[in-house]
Design a protein around this ligand. Structure first.
Ligand SMILES: [Zn+2]
Length: 454
């Protein structure tokens, strides 16, 4: 049971939160109910909430004033009305920060803030939002802690991207609390922070010094760390869970984490532009959409909604962004629609977040698929620490391995055969080995597979 923070001297129980904490708790209290409403009731509330955002966008942004000329201006009450609205692309956002931004924001929503989403694609996007969006972001962050019943009094260790000097290896830095969201409401334990520039040995030594209850990091960092810990036969017995952010978590990584550390991965799916989009369900492991803050559509190539089991592109509307309305925003990620969840929560379900279009393999004949790759099977054949595959054409792949020594012809042939088998097409492979780790994008993300066909 986590201890609520009281802001009145001499009053510890029951705790009396401050105004901000009270707002976060009031949202959480509502979430606990709305996450079990019938699906149609959730959708009706989403459409009702999105209506004033659309009206605001039409009145206060140049982009929507021009884009929605002649469009139906009645309040949204059906999905077909929503689907009649145009899709907003990443390119629209990149090209039109000013035309996308509102010329008026109700002052009660708090000061507008700017965030830059660097993404792994190298095409930055500037997004504006308000204190209202930050409030809802915080409530969803706490919802994640609640769902997974985390003990906030323990130490949190985070290995992620930090500015130079902020959490440099080997010691990193320490913070008094986990983060703004949890500290607004709870008395939390401390946090330890380390830049992801640290190598796996430094990360392991740092974790052993800090003994955190939770580790937060990127899936690719975790994969390397697990390899190191296994090789060194090191255990982290005080660890309760690994919280992943930023990249796609594969079933293989979940299995490895369980095998090496005996704890589960608890994943979130979020973006700078939209905040929390989905949280991993503590019961089924599928992802529940944060329906109180985003309306998520999963669409096939023809623009029709995907059925459970089908994979399509995500088109997402933010229900509260009055600073830069994001209506039917196609952020470039793909997901598989899930079946109703066994946990009793009725929030929409995504079975799997697949990743970005540029991480899809293109096959001759116009087909595409998600490449199933992972370093573990390769490392059983040769001393491969990391790899990156770049598709240069429909017939040719560039395969780069990070290894401690050159590969033998036999190893190279076996690795090549494994790649071709897992990708399901006889690509021509250009295999090369390097000693240095691959550089990461500025936000810390790393992509194992990139399709570079224009
Ligand atoms: Zn569930």
């Amino acid at each position: 049971m986590n201890a609520l923070k009281s802001f009145l001297p001499g009053v510890g129980w029951p705790a009396v939160p401050d105004e901000h904490g009270a707002r976060v708790l009031a949202l959480l209290w509502q979430f606990a109910q709305s996450e079990r409403w019938p699906a149609e009731q959730i959708l009706a509330h989403q459409l009702r909430q999105l209506s004033p955002v659309v009206a605001h966008a039409r009145q206060h942004t140049r982009h929507y004033r021009e884009r929605l000329v002649g469009a139906d201006d009645r309040p949204l009450s059906t999905l077909s009305q929503l689907r009649a609205l145009p899709i907003l692309t990443r390119r629209d956002l990149q090209d039109g920060v000013e035309s996308m931004s509102s010329d008026f924001i109700p002052p009660q929503y708090g000061k507008p803030v700017e965030k830059r989403s660097s993404g792994s694609t190298g095409q930055p996007v500037l997004v504006r939002s308000t204190g209202l969006d930050a409030l809802i972001w915080q409530a969803n962050a706490l919802r994640d802690h609640h769902w997974h019943q985390r003990d906030l009094s323990l130490k949190l260790a985070a290995i992620r991207a930090f500015g130079a000097g902020a959490a440099d290896p080997p010691d990193g830095s320490v913070a008094r609390v986990w983060g703004a969201a949890s500290a607004a409401v709870y008395a939390t334990g401390p946090a330890a922070l380390l830049s992801l520039n640290a190598d796996s040995a430094t990360q392991a030594a740092w974790l052993i010094r800090h003994q955190p209850g939770y580790l937060l990091t990127f899936p690719n960092i975790l994969a390397r760390l697990l390899d190191y810990l296994e090789q060194e036969k090191a255990a982290l017995p005080w660890l309760r869970a690994v919280l992943c952010v930023g990249e796609t978590v594969t079933p293989l990584l979940r299995q490895r984490c369980r095998a090496v550390l005996n704890v589960s991965i608890e994943d979130v799916y979020s973006s700078q532009e939209l905040g929390y989009i989905a949280l991993q369900c503590p019961v089924s492991g599928q992802y529940h959409v944060m329906a109180e803050s985003v309306l998520v559509e999963v669409l096939d190539v023809a623009g029709n909604p995907c059925a459970p089991g089908e994979t399509g592109r995500l088109v997402i509307s933010s229900l509260h962004n009055y600073a830069m309305p994001l209506i039917r925003y196609e952020l470039g990620d793909y997901a598989t629609v899930g079946n109703a969840c066994t946990c009793g929560r009725t929030l929409p379900v995504l079975e799997r977040i697949a990743g970005r279009e540029r991480n899809m393999l293109r096959l001759p004949g116009g087909k595409w698929r998600w490449p199933v790759v992972g370093v573990l099977p390769y490392s059983e054949v040769a001393p491969v620490r990391q790899f990156k595959i770049i598709q240069r054409s429909l017939e040719e792949l560039e395969v780069n391995f990070v290894t401690d020594r050159d590969l033998t012809d036999g190893e190279e042939a076996r690795l090549g055969a494994m790649i071709i088998e897992s990708l399901g097409h006889p690509f021509r492979l250009n295999i090369a080995c390097v000693r240095e780790d691959f550089p990461r994008a500025p936000n810390g993300k790393f992509e194992e597979f990139v399709c570079a066909i224009p």
